[in-house]
Design a protein around this ligand. Sequence first.
Ligand SMILES: Cc1ncc(COP(=O)(O)O)c(C=O)c1O
Length: 385
Amino acid sequence: MDSRPSPVNNLKPDNSTRCRLHVSTGALRGNVAAIRRALPPKTRLLSVVKANAYGLGADHAVRTLLEEGLDFFGVANVTEAMEVRALAPQADILLLSATLPEEDPRLPEHSLLPTISSLDEIERYRDISRATGRPLRAHAKIDTGMGRLGVWHEEAQALLARIEETPEIQLEGLYTHFYDSGDDREGTETQRRRFLAATAGIRETRPGLLLHADNSGGIFSFPGTPFNAARCGLLQYGIAPGRLCGGPLWGSLRPVVSVSARLTLVKNLPAGAGISYSHSHRLTRPSRVGVLSVGYADGIPRSCSNRGRVLVRGQECQMIGNVTMDEIMVDVTDVPEAAAGDEAILIGRQGEKVITMESFSERAGTIPWESLCFFSRRMPRVWGE
Ligand SMILES: Cc1ncc(COP(=O)(O)O)c(C=O)c1O
């Protein structure tokens, strides 16, 4: 029997005739292959599949990525790590967020690699290792300017020295995280310099360590990465992490995600009629108004109200009035053939026109990472070629 999950991952009964988020396996495979080609040979690619693979479905994503030969995954927490472990028994799984003390026993139990940022964590992981009688594999993180996890780069020497003195911890990698690699080249260069300086000593004595700094933006702006690993999330989905995107790699990537919804009603309304809650839009001409079967309960942000666009019969139409829980109104006056049943595109291509995830997010006043995570349980994820 085929052990693959159903291509439609949603509530029952199937809601995917109303709206759907389509994930192209072929585009994902092609993008991962292109990213690997763009990295220096032997660079290890860690696929970031946290938050249910950015909301797309970790089960499908991890299976596809395993088939592409990936063997290294990054997740946020122990719960996500256990889900990935069930799918990928042999892979390395790095916890990108800190663990809570009560989660520590799960690390050896599921062969997970924690991230070390502090002396306290060294002690906790040493104790866990002693309890199991086996060294605990881990990466250490250096804060070069993100101001989140990791030891501040000027204090890294002390932390690394303590790890070196702790045989219970098997250090396998060192990393840092960029705060704006998609847009701020100078800031990213400063972070790289700090990372290289903070790791200079240990890189000499431990040449086998994995060193990683580049995320999607970093992979773009610095194709000649001096590191031997990179962590990639957004770029796998063919979505730009910022305006520094360009060049041959960007040209070879394809969007993986598209989002569509059906028109369930098209009706005429007179000039002056108010649209949706609060009447934030009033018609200035006799209009044809289409009602889309999607709303904020599916993950279309309310901030799209009066700002978002959709494609209907290959033409761009404006969202009018407030986005509601289950419906969004669109002005289809200039698309006279528009009819109930039509499929409208919120993200993706229809005919010659395209609405990208980047432009959808910008109109919603957010970033693609958040847009992806915002799609709710009611929005079916449909995986196909
Ligand atoms: C520590 C860390 N590394 C890598 C990534 C992947 O970033 P991106 O999606 O920009 O590739 C993230 C995502 O937020 C992260 O938190």
